[in-house]
Structures are given as structure tokens and as C-alpha cells.
Design a binder for this molecule. Structure first.
Ligand code: HEC
Length: 130
């Protein structure tokens, strides 16, 4: 019995390790094209209330260490404030990519993942520059 448990633990451990491995917003988690699209959505849906500078600095610094999904969720369910949830999910992801780009977080080869679980695993890492 003991042996069986041991063998099971060996089989499960590597899978778990892979599962909990997370990326941060410093690892290039969106593409430049995605951020470009986000810029267009921003002009249409967000610029009326939020100046660009508002997305840099304090507002985003407060999110340091949080899963990217949390920020996505706030934007996708409460913004634009005068018509929450009115954009497509893809547009919300594009906006998220644009916001990351505004905060000097690097673009990479893959777009932000659509799956909530995948977004949960990306940690917001505040840029080092002030
Ligand atoms: C009608 C005005 C209005 C529009 C349009 C609007 N917002 Fe907001 N937004 C607000 C207000 C008001 C707050 C709360 C301000 C605060 O917390 O200081 C807010 C807060 C936020 C926050 C802060 C969340 C937090 O807790 O840190 C984010 C991110 C955000 N908006 C993104 C967006 C995006 C992206 C769009 C475009 C899809 C958008 N907003 C459009 C009014 C608006």
C-alpha cells in the first residue's frame, strides 16, 4: 500500500509542477498587433473618461502581484462604466494588451490567452521604472 502511494506521488508531482508554473507580464504575454487593436478600442470606448496617463503609474501599480485575470475581470464586467460589458471579450483582451504596453511590459509572440484559467496564471509584475 505504501509503495502504491509513493508511486502515485511520483506520477502526479511533475504534472502539478507544470500546472502551477506561472508567467508574469514581463514575459511577453501579448502581441504588438493586439495592443494596436486595443488602442483603437480605447479611443472609442475609454478615452472619454480615462486619459492615457491614468493607466500608467498609480492605477496600475496597485495591481502588482495580482493575477492578470483579476484586472481583465474588472474591465470586462464594469467598463465602460456607462455601458459595462458592452464590448466583445476579444476587445477587452486587446484593451488589456494595450494597457500592458502603456506600462512598458514587453510584447511577445503570442496573444493574451482567452481562457480564464490561463489568464489566472499570468501575474501582473509592475515595471521597474517609476
Ligand atoms: C463613463 C466613464 C467611463 C468610461 C467610458 C470608462 N471608464 Fe473605466 N472607470 C470609470 C470610473 C469612474 C472608474 C473608477 C475610478 C477610480 O476607481 O478611481 C473607472 C475605473 C477603471 C479602472 C480601474 C480599476 C481599478 O480598480 O484599478 C480600469 C482599469 C478602467 N476603468 C478601465 C477602463 C477601460 C479599459 C475602459 C474602456 C473600455 C473604461 N475604463 C471606460 C469611468 C469610466
Amino acid at each position: 500500500m505504501k509503495l502504491a502511494v509513493f508511486v502515485l506521488a511520483l506520477a502526479v508531482a511533475p504534472a502539478l509542477a507544470e500546472d502551477t508554473a506561472s508567467r508574469t507580464t514581463g514575459d511577453g504575454v501579448y502581441t504588438a498587433e493586439q495592443a494596436e487593436r486595443g488602442k483603437e478600442s480605447y479611443k472609442e470606448a475609454c478615452a472619454g473618461c480615462h486619459a492615457l496617463d491614468w493607466y500608467r503609474g498609480g492605477t496600475m501599480k496597485a495591481w502588482d502581484g495580482a493575477p492578470l485575470f483579476n484586472l481583465y475581470d474588472v474591465i470586462a464586467t464594469t467598463m465602460p462604466q456607462n455601458n459595462p460589458g458592452s464590448l466583445k471579450q476579444r476587445e477587452y483582451r486587446d484593451l488589456l494588451a494595450y494597457i500592458l504596453s502603456l506600462n512598458d511590459m514587453p510584447a511577445g509572440g503570442e496573444e493574451l490567452p482567452a481562457a480564464a484559467e490561463a489568464l489566472q496564471k499570468i501575474v501582473i509584475k509592475w515595471r521597474k521604472k517609476p
